[in-house]
Design a protein around this ligand. Structure first.
Ligand code: NAD
Ligand code: 13P
Ligand code: MG
Length: 618
């Protein structure tokens, strides 16, 4: 019998769905949410028309070519036979192919919604492939228009042949006479074969095939093929495909809307947390990858007769810790820690480092599966076996991967229109990409590296050097002395980091998280400011007093970190190798005066207790 829209008899060998049981809608949505690769058929799935049909029309043989295309897509004609027959009818010259491509720009060939779908998949690090029974030459402009790398295209290749006829340029005319039969897409079973090849090169767990034709449905019917088939009926509706597709759609928007958005939550609401929230809230509002709403946990306190959280939700700023800085209307301040984190796919940690351990313990049982974290915290914890980075603590207590964001970032200076940089360090490149999407803006440029330990230790240790810089400035020792302290500080930061983690790279210290942060903090940071005040008051006030007088609740990290670093140096017997760190700690502990930073080498070599300046710190 004849198929409704072709003159070719239905083949008896049409594949059955016996190897693949049609999936429930719930299972489809679950697989879609976790797909690592999505393969699209091209003709009538990504583009509005079959390229060979439109080429046939361009060449004046449209109807004959279209009949053959439909027969192949409905499963009534072998693919290779259909390809050859259509080529024989069209017999295109290279000049005609070029003229066709010029008069049919890729942009105009795309079906509605496909660009949005592919852009959002790529933003989520889902790899997109094109697997087509059409020809590579006709697909390349489409792939370029959708930012799909050319190595992700599986398609047929023309085989060209010179004819006896001489063309207008005086050379023999070159015709696309046939196709390369080695390409899997030129024959039955080509799509599952292409997917099997993708699997051999990539460790994807879940691969989805989207298409309109029977050859696309075939992708789930063979071992090693796709895990799910989405039938697309936005251009042509083929009843067999509609019946057997795991999930049938008529608009790509249905798939786009089913891509889960990443929910972001911030633990912390101090100065840097609120400043950094400007980037996070902007990107959550503007990037489809993220849920627009961002939750921020607030350590609740009374503020002007009410609660700080209420005031923050009214003003969309933190009037105590970052007054005047609007962090974004899409941010919701929440005093309940568990409630803030429980639905998050991405957790940002940004509190003073001394509070993180306790906070992690409180949310240990409330973290969503697959949640990932990033720490903006500069500091560490000392355990009996050595220092523990905050990212390691998060990883250990919460069983989730934790990246870091460090950089030359004075919170009060960050604002649209200014220039600021940061370093994201992630062990997994795909996490780095997500965090770049979350933090990078026109006013905050992010560079991604993989040296998490180097970046985090650089950010942590520079706070100790900033204390030294404050002593230099407070005692008016001059620029030469300050430069000497910064140089020695950078050297000790790098040596310490490399001794603790052999994987730490020198290059990390050239990033924003390295010498740039050291410079910014030693010029304009709070550690430098309070240490300068400490030096100026000549032992009349402790660091604790100065912290509360000068910082209005903000927390100093440098003094605590100096004590923590010194505990590690003692534990390892390394004090003499780190004379600047050791001298800073001796001054912080009241064993010497701030002006003694100028002779830091002597202090570390033979500690002398100066009796006029005894333990005025804590
Ligand atoms: P901050 O110094 O403003 O600290 C105050 C915050 O701590 C407030 O939100 C307060 O509510 C909270 N807090 C007080 N007691 C608490 C408790 N017991 N438990 C939990 N929270 C409590 O904070 P910040 O500037 O956002 O700093 C956070 C981290 O970011 C630090 O590690 C810091 O080194 C780093 N950092 C700061 C800056 C900056 O310029 N401020 C820049 C880059 C990195
Ligand atoms: P302070 O905590 O010294 O202000 O340093 C902030 C900072 O980390 C700048 O990058
Ligand atoms: Mg198709």
């Amino acid at each position: 019998y004849l198929c409704p829209h072709t003159r070719y008899p239905r083949k008896q060998t049409i594949m059955s769905a016996k190897d693949h049981t049609k999936l429930s809608r719930e299972k489809c949505e679950r697989l879609w949410r976790t797909a690592q690769a999505v393969c699209f058929d091209v003709d009538c799935t990504v583009t509005k028309e079959d390229a060979l049909d439109s080429l046939g029309r361009f060449l004046g043989v449209g109807d004959q070519v279209a009949d053959l295309t439909n027969a192949a897509m409905d499963g009534n004609l072998d693919l290779d036979e259909a390809l050859q027959k259509r080529l024989d009818i069209m017999n295109p010259t290279i000049d005609k192919l070029i003229a066709y491509a010029k008069s049919n720009p890729a942009e105009e060939r795309l079906v509605p919604g496909i660009r949005r779908l592919i852009t959002e998949l790529q933003a989520r690090n889902v790899e997109v492939f094109l697997i087509s029974g059409g020809f590579r030459e006709l697909i390349l402009p489409v792939a370029d228009a959708l930012n799909i790398p050319r190595e992700n295209i599986f398609a047929n290749r023309f085989v060209y042949m010179a004819s006896d006829k001489v063309g207008p340029n005086g050379y023999p005319e070159i015709h696309a006479k046939g196709f390369d039969a080695n390409e899997p897409t030129s024959r039955e079973g080509g799509k599952p074969e292409a997917i099997r090849r993708i699997r051999t090169l990539n460790p994807y767990n879940t691969i989805v095939m989207v298409g309109d034709g029977i050859t696309d449905l075939e992708a789930v019917e063979q071992t090693g093929g796709a895990d799910m088939f989405v039938g697309y009926g936005g251009v042509v509706e083929r009843s067999y495909v509609k019946e057997n597709a795991d999930w049938w759609i008529t608009s790509h928007d249905e798939l786009t809307d089913a891509i889960p958005k990443l929910k972001v939550a911030m633990v912390g609401s101090g100065a840097w947390a609120c400043a950094a929230m400007q980037m996070v809230s902007k990107n959550a509002r503007e990037t489809p990858l993220f849920d627009k709403r961002v939750d921020m946990w607030v350590f609740e306190e009374d503020y002007e007769g009410g609660k700080l959280t209420d005031k923050m939700n009214e003003l969309k700023e933190n009037p105590k810790y970052m007054p005047g800085v609007k962090y974004g209307d899409n941010v919701v301040a929440n005093p309940d820690l568990v409630d803030t984190v429980k639905d998050a796919d991405i957790l940002i940690f940004c509190t003073p480092h001394q509070f993180v351990h306790k906070l992690c313990m409180q949310i240990q049982l409330n973290i969503k599966d697959n949640c990932i974290a990033i720490s903006l915290i500069k500091g560490m914890r000392v355990r009996h076996d050595g220092p523990q980075l905050i990212s390691t603590m998060v990883r250990r207590i919460l069983h989730m991967e934790c990246s870091v964001l460090m950089g030359a970032n004075i919170a009060t200076e960050l604002a649209p229109g200014t220039l600021c940089e940061g370093t994201v360090a992630s062990h997994f490149p795909e996490h780095g990409t997500i965090f770049k999407s979350l933090f990078d803006t026109s006013f905050y440029n992010v560079n991604v590296i993989n040296d998490v330990e180097g970046a985090e230790l650089a950010g942590t240790l520079k706070n100790v050097v900033a204390v030294a810089a404050g002593f230099v400035d407070g005692c008016e020792l001059g620029h030469n002395a300050k430069a000497a302290v910064l140089r020695q500080g950078l050297s000790e930061m790098r040596t310490f980091a490399k001794r603790i983690f052999s994987t730490v790279r020198d290059e990390t210290f050239n990033e924003s998280c390295g010498m740039a942060d050291l410079f910014a903090t030693c010029c304009g940071g709070r550690n430098r400011m309070v240490s300068m005040a400490f030096a100026k008051c000549k032992g009349q006030k402790t660091f604790d007093q100065l912290e509360s007088e000068l910082l209005n609740g903000q927390k100093l990290q440098g003094v605590l970190t100096s004590n923590e670093v010194q505990a590690v140096l003692k534990m390892k017997g390394w004090e003499k190798d780190f004379p600047l760190f050791t001298a800073v700690n001796a001054i912080v502990q009241g064993m010497y005066e701030p002006k003694d930073i100028a002779r830091y080498r002597d202090l570390a070599a033979k500690p002398v207790v100066d009796e006029t300046f005894v333990n005025t710190t804590r």
